[in-house]
Write a protein that binds this ligand. Sequence first.
Ligand code: GLN
Ligand code: ZN
Length: 763
Amino acid sequence: MITIHSLGFPRIGKKRELKFALEKFWRGDITQQQLEQTGRQLRQQNWREQSALDLAPVGDFSFYDQILDASFLFGNHPARVRDLGGDDLANYFRVARGRAHTHEHECACVQAGEMTKWFDTNYHYIVPEFSADTRFNLHADALLEQVREAQAAGVVAKPVLVGPVTYLWLGKSQDHSDRLTLLEPLLAVYLQLLSKLAAAGVEWVQIDEPILVTELDASWRQALNHACHQLKSAPLKLLLATYFGELQENLQLACELPVDGLHIDAINGRDEVARIADWLPGHKVLSVGVINGRNIWKTDLTATLVWLEPLHQRLGQRLWLAPSCSLLHVPVDLASEQKLDDEIKQWLAFAVQKLDELRILATALNEGRAAVADELAQNAAAVNSRRQSGRIHRPAVKQRVAEITAAMGQRLAPYAERSKQQRNKFRLPLYPTTTIGSFPQTAEIRKARRDYRVGELGADDYRRIMRDEIAHCVHQQEALGLDVLVHGEPERNDMVEYFGEQLDGYAFSQHGWVQSYGSRCVKPPILFGDISRPRAMTVDWISWARSLTDKPMKGMLTGPATMLNWSFVRDDQPRSQTCLQLSLAIRDEVLDLEKAGIDMIQIDEAALREGLPLRRSQWQDYLDWAIQAFRISANGVRNDTQIHTHMCYSEFNDIMPAIADMDADVITIETSRSNMELLAAFEAFEYPNEIGPGVYDIHSPNIPDVDAIVALMKKAAEHIPPERLWVNPDCGLKTRNWEEVLPALTNMVTASRILAQDLAEAV
Ligand code: GLN
Ligand code: ZN
């Protein structure tokens, strides 16, 4: 019989129960016991959903993040929380978010741990902190308790642990000591843990080493080898799990590591399966991840069986089946969706449905396809409907993409020439000031949007409220003395969803939430078909804003790569094709804005960097089409229309040529925390166009003072000629309130005037 298992289940709950319980607990509205009770209920519920599995994951649940859990499991909490008092959970939340409770006294607050993206997903983990003095000791009670809970719930518990080498690789050394010197003491703790798990009746433990799908140097490969050799003495069986990509040059290493089984991602690495089956020693289990754990499409079960059946013949009992990776990255249950239309709904599978697909595949392999004939037929019908649907395939869209020419991505004149025309036209002062787009989203605005959505507010009233808010934003900006204004984005719930809702080819779920970090969840829109823009999306709002002022009004759009990277994207054509379709829709909007007299247009590419593949050797390919898509969106305009772009991060060193290739007239970036050091990359590259390095950290309630802004901009001017510098915040202001924003922007404008005057006096 074939074994089926899963690498992890979404922990937030069907109705985001975990999110709400956490936020209540932080506010002091529920007790720790109540929070823990919610945790237990969610785990029970999750194991019930997974009852058809032969092995169910344990340790995949977390109150914030599984890597932070691992840090506490190994006794590696940062020294700064050790003497603060309170129990483990209080310290856990201090590392996660700086404080145990929202109202915690200042002296019990600490700097939160750094948070960063989990491989190429949109999930964020808390970066483990190491130093030469790091000592590990085991705190296994919580995990052992969950093993007992799972066993009591009647499932066969398979604990999932981040592997020791990946754990070190994900962390940062605070004193630049070599993290790998910690491997030996860390392995000692793993061995203690494995013994305890064995004593608790556990037979299999899953050890995740996803770094095997990245480019590793010899010391990390050696560390993997060494770790597995040490751990093999544990009195239980180890399943080494990799996911998110192909093994490539690490394939042989992965096959030879002395463990009892290997899990691989056959969604990304399907072509490697046969070679792995060849290489893998005869006593090892091969767990094949055949269901996509990162996307929401139904699996083509018959097509999967066609290649699985011979593999099953060959491996017999040694073949296990699973989703490609943890289901953390997909929503919980499609059955919760009441509003998706039936045609689209039948194409989808969320976590619960994915596990059912696994059960059907296993039954077909064990008992023959006839045993699940009805289910296979239903699946085939759904898969066919998706393949042929006229809502997905629209020849006119494909035709337009096929007809894209190089000239469409090319501005009429080079920047040097454009900039002269733009300077003549706009006559901006030195160090011009602007913002990144959104202004504070007050409770009233959110309520108006919500009421309009559910039909409690009529279209005319909605329009009036939004227009009033836009007018308010414009007047505030004029009073502040900003040079380039924005309309403030009150009509937008989210920078991707807002555009997705107006494009053909997108659908939306009601409950399709996935965890982004801690209690924060996102609901990525579903990009299911060929993309087109039935009508202008922003022209009305922005024209209204423009009619209220004589200052330049910057139109505000989201770029193609960001739309792509923050959606669930169709898997039936290359992402590059989908991105080009998006780029044409945005190009149409840009040209409509220009026609309506909007002569500055910002196209946000907040998530451009996120799309970079895990392997550097594949970066260029991605950058080639993502940048081409941006250029097609942006570059159809006249010379004297100024294109801005914005990116909310600060690492550009390694993608500088691509950024320059976008050829935006102005780029605004996040820099206030990094003290302008990253501008060195722009300087070294001799970046030719204009830059607005952020001087106001919008992630913090703090208000930057004039001197600090002047000092930051003076540093910037050491790297970039001042006549090409803009002054602006790091990112949009929508999460801040007006009481914070007004003084911060006042200081920003004052600073800009001081800078401009200093410069004028200097010449
Ligand atoms: N224009 C968007 C805003 O200001 C940009 C958001 C972002 O970069 N994440 O909100
Ligand atoms: Zn941003």
